[in-house]
Design a protein. Structure first.
Length: 341
């Protein structure tokens, strides 16, 4: 599959008198293939916006190579700019203009036929509200208008920075449906977010960034599979005896108040047979599949210290282990989830 976006070894450090030197992106890699809906996931302050801004030539990178639709960025970006729609910095609209008027002006400025205005309003679900002034719009409607403006030129690639930010659950669902329909129409979408459940639902591929570095990348199902501990939740009479039997058989067992979590189970029948042969009848045997949230928390080092408040950038308390030491081999990562029950 041809790459629509390629980033290799991107580096960006900000310097300010007040905060000194701050490494925002630290040798980051990203590859987005044609037709993907690619989730770009990371905690607050992990470098997502800086990466997207560097890719689009809005901030100068300190190092690394980038290309968009085959054109080296930022040097050759103008050659492909007409094929890329991006919303990276919250667009400001005139509150007194209607959405229609706003889009008509943008269409004219961009040399786009006026007929596109009605098409994009329809596409983002604003057809019946396009004649209203933008100042009366909800945040979700403003987000849709922003997406509509990015769609005017029928881009092959759409880049959205945190499109679900500030939306209520209904707005998030609508945004998700919109991205799915764009993808079905053949548009490649890169969407940054820290809303994991949404990414899991909308995206087929994901790249996870933590403290300016890529910590995982691939198909969502493959990334999740890399974290599958083959754990099962087991409810059984006499759990203590059951745990002993399972441990004797070489299986790791975590005892919880009302169930056991058994790991390294190649096949559920192993557990039911072991227990059944000893007269212990299994009432529940449920596979525990990792979700993107647990993978994300593990990879970005968040949630490891549940008693401590989560810090922006994933920074650790003094003495805490660093969140990562480079990209993690998904096949060998261990988990201390102890069960997702
Ligand atoms: N213009 C700037 N000057 C100084 N530091 C900056 C600047 N822009 C970003 N940073 C710092 O770089 C780091 C990465 O920020 P960035 O906005 O890229 O993260 P992000 O992943 O997009 O976060 P969020 O999800 O909160 O938007 C942060 O520590 C941030 O404070």
């Amino acid at each position: 599959m041809s790459a629509v976006i390629e980033i290799e070894g991107l580096r960006k450090t900000f310097h300010s008198v007040r905060h000194g030197r701050r490494i925002a992106v630290d040798g980051f890699d990203l590859v987005v293939g044609a037709g993907q809906v690619h989730g770009f996931l990371g905690p607050n302050g992990s470098g997502k916006t800086t990466t997207l801004r560097a890719l689009l030539g809005l901030v100068r990178a300190d190092g690394g190579r980038m290309s968009v639709l085959g054109a080296p960025s930022p040097t050759h970006l103008p050659q492909v700019a007409g094929r890329v729609g991006a919303i990276v910095e919250s667009p400001q609209f005139f509150g007194n203009f209607t959405a229609e008027r706003t889009l008509r002006l943008l269409a004219r400025a961009g040399g786009v036929p006026a007929v596109r205005v009605d098409e994009v309003l329809e596409q983002v679900g604003l057809r019946d509200r396009g004649h209203e002034r933008v100042k009366g719009y909800s945040l979700g409607m403003k987000q849709r208008l922003a997406v509509a403006s990015a769609l005017l030129k029928q881009p092959e690639l759409l880049i959205l920075d945190e499109p679900a930010n500030g939306l209520d659950p209904a707005g998030i669902r609508e945004m998700r449906d919109l991205m799915r329909s764009l993808s079905a129409a053949g548009v490649t979408v890169l969407v940054s977010s820290h809303i994991l459940a949404e990414i899991q639902l909308i995206c087929d591929h994901v790249t996870i960034i933590s403290r300016g570095r890529r910590v995982a990348a691939g198909r969502v199902d493959e990334v999740l599979a890399g974290f599958d501990q083959h754990e099962f939740r087991v409810r059984v009479d006499e759990p203590e005896r059951a745990a002993e039997l399972l441990r004797d058989a070489g299986l790791p067992v975590d005892a919880h108040p009302d169930h056991l979590v058994v790991g390294e189970v190649a096949d559920a029948t192993v557990v039911s047979r072991l227990l059944g042969e000893q007269g212990l009848w299994v009432r529940e045997l449920t596979p525990l599949r990792p979700d993107l949230e647990s993978v994300f928390l593990e990879l970005t080092g968040e949630g490891v210290h549940p008693s401590l408040p989560r810090q922006v950038d994933g920074s650790r308390p003094p003495g805490g282990a660093p969140p990562h030491g480079g990209e993690i081999d998904l096949g060998t990562v261990g988990s201390d989830r102890g069960g997702n029950a």
